[in-house]
Every structure is written in structure tokens, then in C-alpha cells.
Design a protein around this ligand. Structure first.
Ligand SMILES: [Zn+2]
Length: 290
């Protein structure tokens, strides 16, 4: 099985042009030779290509509504039957959404957008799948759709010579966007979530959407400056989104005996999971506010 790489590929900057699909494949941006979605339901989707395959796609630059695969006639591009959420690539994109995995986006010359190159393929950077939904497409069949939002603002395309604006629109389209709350998966957070079977260690909630489970790996002592918490199993717990936000906002703290301060409850601890209680203390002192 292919070992998928998620996120940036060394040496490939946003805006870089590739002459064809094999060049994209060689650069390891998108390795599937034909499919628009590169990935599988086990690991998620690492990359997508927009290249005019579906009439329903739309592209505002930093926001994309992408149509899943299946059900179209390869010659006319018309939808001739319903798409399925269980199709390999479609499921893979839901996995990317549920695990907060970055998806590389590449635009091809056939994709109708002012962000598309006039020839070949242009790498557009990293996006996150914000949500997925079902619609009836322009041709009258069910389509699987995904809203993707760019990780970082777009580079100024009007000054970039790799793009050719064919429809005369040289303005970068900016639209109001909602703030994304994406909790990215790391190797360790995935491990902790699996240990608890995606069940919140406080309220025992297990969220499952279309068979894909969702929980969040929460750092007790926050990562990064000025807190400098560690990304280790001793500093990670498996929480539902509510309890994660409450932990981060200091609504509750955790006592050494695992009872909660500020709200009722306790941390349910797996016997193989050893927490570093110094992190509880740090969180209590610096983050928890009654
Ligand atoms: Zn919870």
C-alpha cells in the first residue's frame, strides 16, 4: 500500500507549475495517475486535483466546494448516476475532515477558475476539509460535496507569473470566511484517541459520523510559547470538543487524583496511559480561572 504523505512536500512551493499529471506524480504532490482524489478510507486523502471533471465544483481561491467522484460520464462529464459516500476517494475526504488532516490542492488548466493555470497544473497549497454535505447536482443526481478552506491566505496571484488569468478577472476574490476550529491529528493524538476508542475521558461521549469516529487529542499544558507543554502521551488526553474547549479556556482543572475542579466529574484513565501530573499543576496554576 502506498505510504501517503500529508502536508507540504519539500521543495514544492505554492504556485509551482507542473506540465502534466506525471510531473505531479514524480514530485509526489499527487500520486494517483487518474483519480482526482489521492488517498483511501484507512488513512484519508492527501491530495485533490480540480480539473473540470465536475460541473458543480466552485472555487473562490481560499474556499473551494469540491465534488466527490463517481457517477459521471468520462466523455461528456455529465452526471449520469448518484455518487456514493462509500466510494474510496469520497470516504477518504471524510476521514481527512474528521482527523483534521491537510489536503494538497492542485488546479489544472481545464478547471474553470481565475486561479487555474492556462496550461498544465498549478499547486495551490494546503486546505482543510471543513465539512461535507449532499446535494442534487446540475444534472439531477446526488453528489457528495466538500467545503475546503485554505490553511493560509493566498499568495498575491496578480503578481505571480505562473498564473494566467484567462477571463480578464485580475482581482483576487476575497470573501468573508468563518473561523475554522481544526484540531489536527498527530501520531500521538491518534494513538491516544485509539486507546480510548474516540471516547471522551470526561463524559464518555463517542462521536461517530458515517462510521468514522471523532475525538480530540487535548494537551493539558498547552504547546508552544509561553507554556511550552510537550507533545507526549503524559500531556495528552482524549476529549470531546466541548471538554477540549473547556480545558483550553480554563473552565476546569484536574487534580492529581483525577477529580475535576470547577465542574463535576473526573478523568477516566486507561491503565496503560500514564499522565504526568506536573502538567495538571501547570494547567491549574496558569490556565484554570474560577
Ligand atoms: Zn466530553
Amino acid at each position: 500500500m502506498a505510504n501517503y504523505v500529508f502536508g507540504d512536500i519539500d521543495g514544492v512551493e505554492e504556485g509551482l507549475n507542473f506540465k502534466d499529471r506525471s510531473a505531479l506524480r514524480e514530485a509526489e504532490i499527487h500520486r494517483a495517475p487518474m483519480a482526482g482524489i489521492d488517498g483511501n478510507p484507512q488513512v484519508g486523502a492527501s491530495s485533490i486535483i480540480l480539473n473540470g471533471g465536475y460541473v458543480d465544483d466552485f472555487d473562490l481561491g481560499e474556499e473551494i466546494v469540491y465534488t466527490g467522484h463517481g457517477g459521471n460520464d468520462p466523455n461528456t462529464k455529465k452526471q449520469i448516476k448518484d455518487q456514493s459516500w462509500n466510494a474510496t476517494g469520497n470516504k477518504a475526504l471524510i476521514v481527512s475532515e474528521m482527523h483534521g488532516l491537510p489536503v494538497r490542492v492542485t488546479r489544472g488548466f481545464r478547471h474553470k477558475s481565475s486561479f487555474s493555470p492556462s496550461a498544465g497544473y498549478s499547486y495551490g497549497g494546503l486546505y482543510y476539509v471543513e465539512n461535507h454535505f449532499e446535494e442534487t447536482g446540475k444534472d439531477g443526481f446526488k453528489i457528495c460535496r466538500y467545503r475546503l478552506v485554505k490553511e493560509k491566505p493566498m499568495i498575491n496571484i496578480s503578481q505571480s507569473n505562473v498564473f494566467s488569468i484567462s477571463n480578464g478577472n485580475t482581482e483576487t476574490i476575497r470573501v468573508p470566511t468563518t473561523t475554522l476550529r481544526i484540531v489536527r491529528d498527530t501520531v500521538l493524538s491518534r494513538q491516544i484517541k485509539e486507546l480510548y476508542d474516540y471516547t471522551c475521558q470526561i463524559c464518555q461521549t463517542q462521536i461517530s459520523a458515517q462510521g468514522i469516529k471523532y475525538a480530540e487529542g487535548a494537551h493539558i499544558r498547552p504547546l508552544g510559547k509561553p507554556h511550552n507543554g510537550t507533545d507526549t502521551l503524559g500531556n495528552l488526553i482524549c476529549l470531546c470538543p466541548n471538554h477540549h474547549v473547556m480545558l483550553d479556556k480554563g473552565v476546569f482543572a484536574i487534580r492529581e487524583d483525577l477529580m475535576l475542579i470547577g465542574i463535576d466529574g473526573e478523568i477516566n484513565l486507561h491503565k496503560e496511559h500514564i499522565l504526568d501530573t506536573d502538567n495538571f499543576e501547570y494547567h491549574h496554576e496558569h490556565i484554570y480561572r474560577k
